[in-house]
Write a protein that binds this ligand. Structure first.
Ligand SMILES: [Zn+2]
Length: 105
């Protein structure tokens, strides 16, 4: 059975299963050529946004509460930034990760 790329969750789904068992995305969208999201681009965007969110959050904390607190929160903030970025990437809510719009009709 052929595996096809799911644009909803960037995972592989079985061809002919109708909808992705993970995220429920329609397989018609997944199988349509030319509108797939490049998983490598998604990963790159996800990593860049993780770092961007992390630095942004640490910078704001550093300005608001001082460098010492900013350093103490570096680890937890990094994990939170990665989690947030992955979540937003999967949902296509970050620039560069937008889901392709299925052709109407
Ligand atoms: Zn999926």
């Amino acid at each position: 059975m052929e595996m096809v790329f799911c644009p909803g969750c960037a995972g592989d789904v079985h061809d002919g299963s109708g909808a992705c068992p993970v995220c429920g995305a329609s397989q018609a969208v997944a199988a349509a050529p030319g509108i797939r999201r490049n998983p490598f681009m998604l990963i790159a965007c996800c990593v860049l946004w993780s770092i961007g969110i992390w630095f942004g959050a640490l910078f704001l904390v550093g300005v608001a509460a001082g460098d010492r607190l900013s350093e103490a929160l570096g680890g937890p903030f990094l994990l939170a930034s990665i989690g947030l970025s992955i979540g937003l990437t999967v949902r296509g809510m970050l620039p560069g990760t937008a889901k392709p719009v299925p052709q109407a009709g």
